[in-house]
Design a binder for this molecule. Structure first.
Ligand code: G
Ligand code: G
Ligand code: MN
Ligand code: NA
Length: 250
């Protein structure tokens, strides 16, 4: 496979780069931080989406190296930004099978000088099926350092609610399939409302992803979502794009 061979070279060449999607605090309207999203700056094919290369990286065992490279690059960039800005980084389910994962992430934090308390790790529900004891141990080590843990794509997996008890999450992220349709579909609205209430009962702040317009944002604020991200606030930005954004903000 052509992409697979290319990917093997692309990681050490740092063609796989972090992009940054703004996360907004809904109460204040202020920028709170960014979700880090991998992009492949392919020399011939342009900017490639992670849905094209993350599955290949997972199947071939390259995901660990790719993920740590994305973390290193994003920490190096973000350590010079406003220290109030956080980063949310996605983990692949596959990575939670590595008993040394927490140590590897902590090493990147130490080497880059990025404070652990500014990092949030996003875990999808499917990540938790495999080896729960190992996942608990990895998450425990990260949380001891001050890293926060978010349950990503909430509502899409099998037995989401059981997962909430399996790990000490700090946040729930509502899957964008519910958020995007909140004003067109009564079921979506009821589901988002229920997840917001669930977050409130469990004392877990909720982030909504896929916020595409102001009407959706308004609805989310009304049900008490803490944070929002999506195209309303702009498309994911390169490091240069974020620098420009932060410079304009002053
Ligand atoms: O950016 P985009 O919407 O195309 O992302 C598609 C998917 O790729 C999302 O589900 C996102 O969580 C995932 N993704 C993006 N960056 C990374 C990454 O660095 N690691 C992993 N494991 N998944 C990522
Ligand atoms: O699975 P995860 O939630 O990590 O993936 C985030 C993905 O969602 C990114 O690939 C990003 O490009 C995409 N995304 C972010 N905001 C929006 C949005 O408002 N609408 C749509 N359709 N996709 C979005
Ligand atoms: Mn995510
Ligand atoms: Na998601």
């Amino acid at each position: 496979n052509e992409l697979e061979a290319g990917l093997r070279m692309a990681i050490p060449r740092q063609e796989i780069v972090p992009y940054f999607e703004q996360q907004i605090d809904l109460a204040s309207g202020r920028l709170d931080g960014f979700e880090v999203l991998a992009r492949w700056e392919h020399p011939l094919r342009g900017l490639l989406s992670p849905s094209l290369f993350i599955p290949i990286a997972e199947e071939t065992g390259m995901i660990a190296e790719l993920s740590l490279s994305i973390m290193r690059q994003s920490f190096l960039a973000a350590r010079d930004w406003d220290p109030a800005l956080s980063l949310s980084v996605n983990l692949s389910p596959w990575q939670l099978r590595d008993a040394w994962l927490a140590q590897k992430i902590i090493k990147v934090l130490t080497e880059t000088g990025f404070p652990a308390h500014r990092l949030e790790i996003e875990i999808t529900e499917s990540a938790l099926f495999d080896n729960l004891a190992l996942a608990q141990s990895i998450v425990g080590s990260l949380k001891n350092q001050g890293v926060r843990i978010a349950l990503d794509d909430f509502g899409t997996g099998y037995s989401s609610l059981a997962h909430l008890r399996a790990l000490p999450f700090d946040r729930i992220k509502i899957d964008r399939s519910f958020v995007m349709t909140i004003n067109d579909n009564a079921d979506s609205a009821a589901i988002v409302n229920a997840i917001a209430k669930l977050g409130e009962s469990l004392n877990l702040p909720v982030t909504a992803e896929g916020v595409e317009d102001a009407a959706i944002e308004q609805r989310l604020r009304a049900v008490g979502c803490a944070k929002a991200q999506g195209w309303l606030y702009g498309r994911p930005l390169s490091v240069t794009g974020v620098r420009r954004l932060l410079a304009e903000r002053r």
